[in-house]
Design a protein around this ligand. Structure first.
Ligand code: KG4
Ligand code: ZN
Length: 325
């Protein structure tokens, strides 16, 4: 992380759309990060088996000022404040937005509203120049979305009709008595299990449409768990592996259909669940079949929600003159 701040033009960014309180300071001139800190609420929500909105809001009120107090030395150089304004939990978003408005007024600098999904796309370009156009898959706790993206915005090709990819991992984890968030632990259990032990359905296999669905697969897992009765660790591993095989194959089959008509030159996967290595490996294999060498994914530390990606979007808006500083 860069440090000499003398005469730099900086953006302070805030992310609080769900259960992560995060603040970053990014340099407008050279994209460098000067400060980045995140307080995750996972342990608190884990006690309740998932995110409790009111608790998330209260924890943001505690965490955000603590992080902000470490950034005061940058205040003289801040030229804009960026904040996630949507989508997300209203009560959580509000905490970041109130803080951003107060700083923007206090420092007399513009307030830049950032869409969280655009943030995930720009997580690819933290401390780097952006490269477009590309075909992008966003997999998170709230979304499963295939998009065509350029520097002006994105066009949705297909999205989920019900649960998202990450959410289905969270729900499977909860059914198996594993911790929240479910993604990392289900992936770990899956890596030790037999993916052919259960024959879970691959969602929308017969449909020619580019769309996603995870509620049917989740119910199939529920039925299998109920049938097993008391389940030991080996059974949990086998269920996780078989579930993950279908969850990822669903994405691969839909992408294959889309690529047949629209072979990508550049492809990226972003969002919290893009940290999943099994998914990344299957995507790479598919892209190879289509001779697409250009596969991008964020660094693991930028897959989940963070203010760094929100600051990076703000830089783009400034560069495109959408915001005058
Ligand atoms: O992007 P993110 O931090 O928050 C939202 O914008 O939703 O994504 C969080 C989601 C959670 O559902 C979490 O279980 C999932 O991403 N996730 C994973 C993995 N790591 C996180 N899902 C599958 N495999 C993973 N390794
Ligand atoms: Zn997110």
């Amino acid at each position: 992380m860069a440090d000499c701040i003398h005469k730099k033009n900086l953006v302070l960014s805030i992310e609080s759309s769900c259960d992560d309180s995060s603040i970053a300071i990014t340099c407008i001139d050279d994209y460098k990060l000067y400060f980045s800190e995140k307080t995750s609420q996972e342990n608190e929500h884990n006690k309740h088996g998932g995110v409790v909105p009111e608790l998330a809001s209260r924890l943001h009120i505690e965490a955000l000022p603590k992080i902000l107090s470490k950034t005061t030395r940058y205040f003289p150089y801040i030229k804009a404040v960026a904040v996630t304004t949507q989508p997300g939990l209203k009560v959580s978003l509000t905490q970041g937005i109130s803080m951003a408005k107060a700083i923007s007024l206090g420092l007399d600098v513009p307030l830049i509203e950032v869409d969280h999904l655009q943030g995930h796309i720009y997580s690819l370009f933290i401390e780097k120049k952006a490269q477009f156009p590309m075909c992008c898959l966003l997999v998170s706790g709230g979304h499963t979305k295939l998009m065509q993206v350029d520097d002006k915005g994105s066009k949705t090709i297909g999205e989920t009709m019900d649960d998202s990819f990450g959410e289905s991992y969270d729900k499977v984890a909860k059914m198996l008595g594993l911790s929240y968030p479910g993604g990392p632990i289900v992936e770990r259990y899956a890596s030790m299990g037999d993916e052919n032990r259960y024959d879970f359905p691959v969602p929308l296999r017969q449909s020619s449409q580019i769309m996603f669905s995870y509620s049917g697969l989740k119910n199939a897992v529920r039925v299998a768990i109920e049938k097993e009765g008391k389940i030991d660790d080996i059974t949990k591993m086998n269920i996780c592996a078989s579930f993950q095989k279908s969850a990822v194959l669903h994405i691969i089959m839909k992408l294959k259909k889309y690529f047949k008509q629209n072979t990508p030159t550049n492809f990226a996967v972003v969002g919290g669940a893009s940290a999943n290595m099994y998914l990344r490996e299957k995507l790479k294999k598919l892209l190879k079949e289509f001779d697409c060498e250009n596969f991008q994914a964020p660094l693991i530390e930028y897959c989940g929600d963070n203010a760094d990606m929100i600051g990076r979007v703000a830089l783009q808006k400034i560069k495109l003159d959408e915001v005058i500083i």
